[in-house]
Design a protein around this ligand. Structure first.
Ligand SMILES: [Fe+2]
Length: 291
């Protein structure tokens, strides 16, 4: 096996529309084993050994394919990579064998202080190089390609010298990592910074997209806030349709982290995503065969 590829056995299992695994739903999932194609777990919550969460995860892993999603990599930070964090992550990976490991194109720590906020970056060639070097180090350490997600943002830097989509393209191609395309984040940032979400979307490297995220935001009047506390909105469903046109059949995930509703409601949202995805894919197939 190529050391930079995730296990093909696990990777092949990730299909259709999954949901983010949340503690609120542990008992119900364990008792009912609902029909969910895969779970994305928040890997940072499982790094400590001997915890109940870790034990529950081992049960989940027996029944479902899983992917890892973290915020602790802080790939854009100027501090050295947190090797203690990476060692724990690798140990968890070896134990759970996720299909892939994802984190965000941002920074989450500075001067030893870790924040769970996803802080955006200035989009410059220097930062591209800095992040590419760090992603390459992480990929070497973990022995596989990682998946990097575009974040939503509320501010821009004067130092920025390129668009976010050019920045994302350069980072992913030069580090040869995969992309987690968060459609909601594109919409939120496009509204906040007044750029064209469609232009961003079609500029994304389709062949690198391993996964799509969908979530709900809150409209604060002056800006949209990416709260993951609501159903997916109509404009984001519309952008999602365009995303499927662009990237084809890739796994989709519903993120719901605040005001978490019943498991049934989250599954309903993933079913809607699945139906929309299948509609677009089948109409594309008809168009392809028709010409
Ligand atoms: Fe996301």
């Amino acid at each position: 096996m190529n050391s930079k590829e995730a296990s093909p056995y696990n990777k092949n299992n990730i299909k259709g529309c999954g949901i983010g695994l949340r503690i609120d739903h542990f008992d119900e999932i364990e008792a009912q084993k609902p029909n969910i194609p895969w779970f994305e777990i928040l890997s940072d919550n499982y790094l400590l050994e001997g915890t109940l969460q870790r034990e529950f995860l081992s049960h989940i892993r027996n029944d479902y394919p899983v992917t890892f999603h973290g915020v602790g990599l802080s790939i854009g930070s100027t501090e050295p990579l947190n090797m203690d964090y990476l060692k724990r992550l690798k140990k968890l990976k070896d134990e759970v064998q996720p299909a892939w490991i994802s984190d965000h194109l941002c920074w989450t720590s500075a001067h030893g202080v870790v924040t769970h906020d996803l802080i955006p970056l200035p989009y410059t060639q220097d930062i591209v190089k800095h992040i590419v070097d760090r992603i390459l180090q992480v990929q070497d350490f973990l022995g596989e390609q990682i998946v990097i997600e575009n974040v939503s943002s509320y501010l821009q830097f004067k130092a920025t010298e390129m668009t976010e989509w050019d920045f994302t393209n350069e980072v992913t191609s030069r580090s040869d990592c995969k992309l987690l395309l968060d459609v909601n984040n594109i919409y939120v940032s496009a509204q906040n910074h007044k750029f064209d979400a469609d232009e961003y979307l079609v500029a994304m490297p389709a062949e690198r997209v391993a996964e799509i995220h969908l979530a709900g935001y809150e409209d604060k009047g002056t800006h949209l806030l990416d709260t993951h506390s609501r159903p997916v909105t109509e404009p984001v469903w519309d952008l999602f349709k365009k995303a499927i046109e662009h990237v084809g059949d890739v796994p989709v995930l519903i993120e719901w982290d605040n005001d978490i509703p019943s498991l049934e409601r989250v599954i309903e949202e993933s079913t809607t995503a699945h139906e929309i995805q299948q509609q677009i894919l089948s109409s594309n197939r008809k168009t392809t065969y028709g010409h």
